[in-house]
Design a protein. Sequence first.
Length: 346
Amino acid sequence: MRWSRVCIEAIAYELPDERVTSSALEARLAPVYEALRLGGGQLEALTGIRERRWWPKGPVMSDVAARAGRKALEASGLRPEDLGAVIYGGVARDNLEPATACAVAESLGLPPEAVAHDLSSACLGMLEGVVELANRIELGQIRAGLVVGAESAREIVEQTIARMIAEPTLERLRLCLATLTGGSGAAAIVLTDSSISDAGHRLLGGAFRSAPQHHRLCRWGPTHGLLGDGPQVTDTDASAVLVHGIELAKQTWPRFLDSLKWRGDDLDKVVCHQVGSGNRRTLLDALSIPDDRDFFTFPTLGNTGSTALPIAAAMAAEQGFLAPGDRVGLLGIGSGLNCLMLGLQW
């Protein structure tokens, strides 16, 4: 896929104030550790995550997403009435229906002609929203659009801890470890037609590849049925997700480079989906990307789902890691399994 007239005008984020350390979670898991004869420090050692953020209990996803959206609009210099679409790409939603994007549109004061809908694609939701808006801009349907997302980890992590205490086995620990990395956050991305862009961060193109035969490796939802009559659960075969996810990334990478007519050494910087230290190391090695070209946030934010990569990209820009003219790769892998890689001229 290629675009000739699309820019990323601004990326913004919103983080909760509450910090939850890995050691604090392990203290709550003391009965499990005792039953399995495990020492402390396992969670941070295995993932590289020291802490993550959580919203206060009962967050409204559209509210925190709108806060990030408002920041992105202010940074872009655009007004709500300039937007032709808003897409909500978070896994966490206010309701099954209507679309959480509708509440965001109301909160921000978008015009009635603006498209508002949700897009579900696990941790790739916001990146997929970028593709959707880029296509609309390239086709001349809109001149500017907004992708937002928000994630909340408190509820599912607390339910997971209860499951682990009720079933203190190595198998339960294996399937629940990934859930314990969960953090909370919100992000927003403003895209514009290049004719009205001040920032000039050109979105050039990208590549997508899927491996749906692995969709059972990671699941988040009710115990059974559409709504279920019990708590939500997450089970992740983290080692299998890593193996097959990296293989999928290796298949996507040459297609990504070919779509942009780049070589691997042409990339000045990359921002990847934030999972943990093992995933980062394996991905960079598999794609032969030097450590100093990658920006990461997982040690202090954990895995914030669909918002993880956008938050990291916003921080990379904020801290000057992304320099004018840099060729930047946004490299996302999500449950499904799906892989999406996008290229920018910053």
